[in-house]
Design a protein around this ligand. Sequence first.
Ligand code: GMT
Length: 374
Amino acid sequence: MNIGIVCYPTYGGSGVLATELGKALADKGHNIHFITYQQPVRLNAFHANIFYHEVSVPTYPLFDYPPYETALASKMVDVIINNDVQLLHVHYAIPHASAAYMAKQILKKEGIQIPVITTLHGTDITLVGKDKTYSPVVTFSMNESDAITAVSKNLRDETYRNFKMEKDIEVIYNFVDIKRFERTPVQAFRQIIAPKNERILLHASNFRRVKRVDDVVNVFKEVNKQIPSKLLFVGDGPERTHIEGLCRQMDAHADVKFLGRQEQMEDILAITDLFILPSEYESFGLVALEAMAAGVPVISTNVGGLPEINIEGVTGFLSNVGDVENMSKNITHIFSDDIAFKEMKKNALEQAQKFDISTIVPVYENLYKKVLGE
Ligand code: GMT
C-alpha cells in the first residue's frame, strides 16, 4: 500500500509511535510518505520505501499566526496526487484531522477518494481538544474520519464522554519493539553513574506540568534517605529549569543527573532499576512501556490508561496522583526484597511482550485494508 502518515515530528510519544509504525510498515514492503514540518526524530536512517515531505509555512507580515493547517492540507493534496497515496493516517487530532478533512474534500473534486484514519493519542482529547476553543472542529473532523482509533480503552472512553461521537472508536494499543530493548548493561556507564552500585531511578518526559516532575524529586528525597540511590532525568521542557532548581536545594543534589534529550533510551534503560512516572494523566504512557520492555518495573500513578499497562504489584506499583509517600514506600519495599524485585522485572518484560510491534502493526494493516474495502 501507499500510505501517508501525518504526525508531530518532535520527541512526543505520538510522533515516536507514528514514526515507528511507518518504519515497520516500510519493512513489510509498504511505501510510506511522512508529511510533517520537520524530519521526525526517529526517522534517522535511510529506507528505500520511506519518503519525507516537508511542510513549509511561508510567512508574510500580515500573519501573526502563519496558517500551518492550510499549508499542511495543501501538502497532503500534492503528496497524495503525485504519489498515488491510497490512505492518510493522521496521529494526534489537532490540527491533523481537520487538515485531512480539508484535503479529502479537495481531492473529491478531482475524483480521488482518500480514506482518513485518525489516531487519538491523549492530550488532543483530554487537555487541548475538549477546550471550547477547539472542540467543534475536533468533534467534526473526528466524525468525518473513515476510522478513529485510540491508544487505550481509557482514552476511547474519555473521547465518548467528552465529545458527541457518531462513530465507533477502535482501541489499538501503542507498541514497542522488544528486540530494541534487549541490551546488556554497559558496565562502564553504570560504574560512572553509580560507582558504589547504588540503585538507579529514572524519569523521562517532556517536563510538562501534566508529568508532575516535582513528585519525582520528592519521591527521590525520601528514597535516598533510606537507600543509596541515584536519579536520572531524561528529556527537556518547560518545567526543567524549575526542577533543576529544586534538585539543587536538596541534600542529595549530587545524586541527581539531567541527561537532556536522548535518543538511545535502550542504553539508559539497560542500567536502570526503576522507572518513575507520576503523571496527572497519561492516555497510555509509551515511555513506561519502553521501560518494561527493558525489564524495568514502573512506579506510576493509577490514572488514564496506565492501569491497562502497569499492573499493580506485578509489573510495578500504582499510586494516587500526588501520593509521594505511597510511591516512596513502594520503592523502598521492592528494593529491600531481592526475590520479589527480580520477579517484578521478569513480569515487566512479559507484560511488554504483549504490546510487541509484531502483534500491533498487523492490526493497523487490517484496519487499512478495511477502510480501503479490501
Ligand atoms: O502530551 C504528551 O505527553 C505528548 C503526547 C504526544 O503527543 O506524544 O503524549 C500522548 O501520547 C502518547 C503516545 O500515544 C502517550 O503515550 C501519552 O500517554 C500521551 N500523553 C498524555 O496523555 C498526557
